[in-house]
Ligand binder design. Structure first.
Ligand SMILES: Cc1cc2nc3c(=O)[nH]c(=O)nc-3n(C[C@H](O)[C@H](O)[C@H](O)COP(=O)(O)OP(=O)(O)OC[C@H]3O[C@@H](n4cnc5c(N)ncnc54)[C@H](O)[C@@H]3O)c2cc1C
Length: 414
């Protein structure tokens, strides 16, 4: 596979761009692989990539029922941050954020990582106390965050209204090295790097069953035939409950639709990400100029990958208080993705009751930021049977009462 470089662009410019090859091939599935990963979203592809890169395991297939990155990875609002409260969360999200910093170079694919800074507004005294606590926890964890004053908020975000009618801005938790990345590019970059190692990325191939002999996984049934494997990774976000059922176990997750929308493109007006969790809405400006707006999760379990009117109204109404100027914007698109929520709002990276079968899920509303770190940890777990980053995130913590409560850091926002 050809490397992308300034030299390659110049060379192709001289020959009318006829020398580019496809970014990744579309192979037919083989009968057997050492490892099959179900789900070609960011987490599944990153798992495959680090299996190859860190452990030399390349006889791997990543299979998806749809197109690559067509699940939540291609539907999210791309916020990357690591200012979580609990130590195991800070460790994996900070590892992930650090990997994002050099991911373009690592994958030889421009994922457009933009460390523009993320602020989480404090709009009640209770929220302010919560963020001051997180700031101190982050200092102990080595995560660089700072609680900033309303005046500093205004300096960073001139379009903000500090004196909202219901909720004035009392300050914000600010992480300067947090930011955004291009979501599709993350999936495409990992897929291309996996293909370059000889792995198969197989699209339009739904898994319909899991086969086992003597409690050990042996194969998956798919719409394109049975595919044998020694190890199986289930990385399907909102569909985790269904895949777990196929593998014969139950998971403590619920699937709900989470929604977002974008406005028409406008001139640059905000160069940081702002999250307003009390009124519930958050916003950043894309490189195209659209205001990218995140809304809420549906209050009932469902598998509908689409938006709904009441969420647009709620989200836009909330943001109009904080950013009055958006009242005059036209909204262009809205959509939804199926996210997988756990009771403690922390993910699951775990062995399962079926030997050789591993699961990575429960990232809920905030797993885009975790893709590199999660893939790294899941690859360790699948290759070696253990991972320092994943240890606390076993699915058995719910049985043992070892919750990692991130309901403040992860339950509502992203
Ligand atoms: C609107 C919205 C906004 C969000 N905003 C943010 C944000 O700002 N920051 C952040 O960090 N996170 C955010 N998230 C969450 C984030 O998108 C997800 O946590 C993350 O993308 C999950 O990635 P994944 O690879 O686990 O899942 P996915 O990308 O959903 O991939 C799972 C794949 O599994 C496939 N699959 C399912 N069933 C089968 C089957 N039977 N056989 C084969 N394949 C199957 C699906 O087709 C899919 O491609 C947001 C999510 C949404 C919906």
């Amino acid at each position: 596979m050809k490397r992308y470089s300034a030299f390659a662009i110049a060379r192709e410019a001289l020959r009318q761009h006829r020398g580019w090859t496809e970014a990744w091939p579309s192979p037919a599935p083989r009968d057997r692989y050492d490892v099959v990963i179900v789900g070609a979203g960011g987490h599944g592809l990153a798992t495959a990539y680090y299996l190859g890169k860190n452990h030399g395991i390349t006889n791997v297939a990543v299979i998806d029922k749809g197109w690559l990155g067509g699940g939540n990875t291609g539907r999210n609002t791309t916020i990357i941050r690591s200012n979580y409260l609990q130590d195991p969360s800070a460790a994996i999200y900070e590892k992930s954020r650090a990997l994002y910093e050099t991911l373009s170079q690592d994958l030889n694919y421009n994922i457009m990582f933009s460390p523009r800074g993320v602020m989480m507004l404090a709009q009640t005294e209770h929220e302010k106390r919560g963020y001051l606590r997180t700031e101190r926890a982050n200092a102990l964890q080595g995560v660089d965050t700072r609680f900033i004053s309303p005046a500093e908020v205004k300096k960073l975000v001139p379009i903000i209204n500090l004196d909202g009618p219901r909720y004035p801005v009392l300050g914000a938790l600010w992480q300067a090295r947090a930011g955004t990345a291009r979501h599709d590019a993350v999936a495409w970059g990992y897929a291309r790097a996996c293909a370059a190692m000889g792995m198969h990325v197989i699209e339009n191939c739904a898994v319909t069953g899991v086969e086992a002999v003597g409690g050990q996984v042996t194969a998956v049934n798919t719409t394109r035939g049975t595919i044998g494997c020694k190890k199986l990774g289930i990385v399907v976000a909102g569909h985790s409950g269904k895949l777990a059922e196929m593998a014969g176990f139950r998971l403590p997750v619920e699937s709900v639709a989470l929604q977002a929308l974008v406005s028409e493109p406008i001139k640059p007006c905000m160069d940081v990400v702002v999250m307003a969790n009390t009124v519930h809405g958050y916003m950043s400006q894309s490189d195209k100029g659209e205001m990218v707006i995140g809304g809420g999760a549906d209050g009932y379990n469902n598998y509908t990958q689409r938006g709904s009117w009441h969420h647009i109204e709620e989200t836009v109404r909330a943001l109009c208080e904080t950013f009055p100027m958006i009242a005059r914007l036209k909204m262009l698109r809205q959509w939804g993705g199926i996210v997988d929520m756990t009771g403690d709002r922390s993910p699951i990276i775990s062995k399962t009751p079926l030997s050789g079968c591993f699961i990575n899920c429960g990232w809920g509303t905030g797993g885009f930021k975790a893709i590199p770190g999660s893939g790294w940890a899941m690859a360790d777990l699948m290759a070696k049977g253990e991972s320092p980053l994943a240890g606390a995130f076993s699915m058995y913590r719910f049985r043992e009462g070892r919750f990692i409560d991130e309901s403040v850091a992860a339950g509502v926002a992203h």
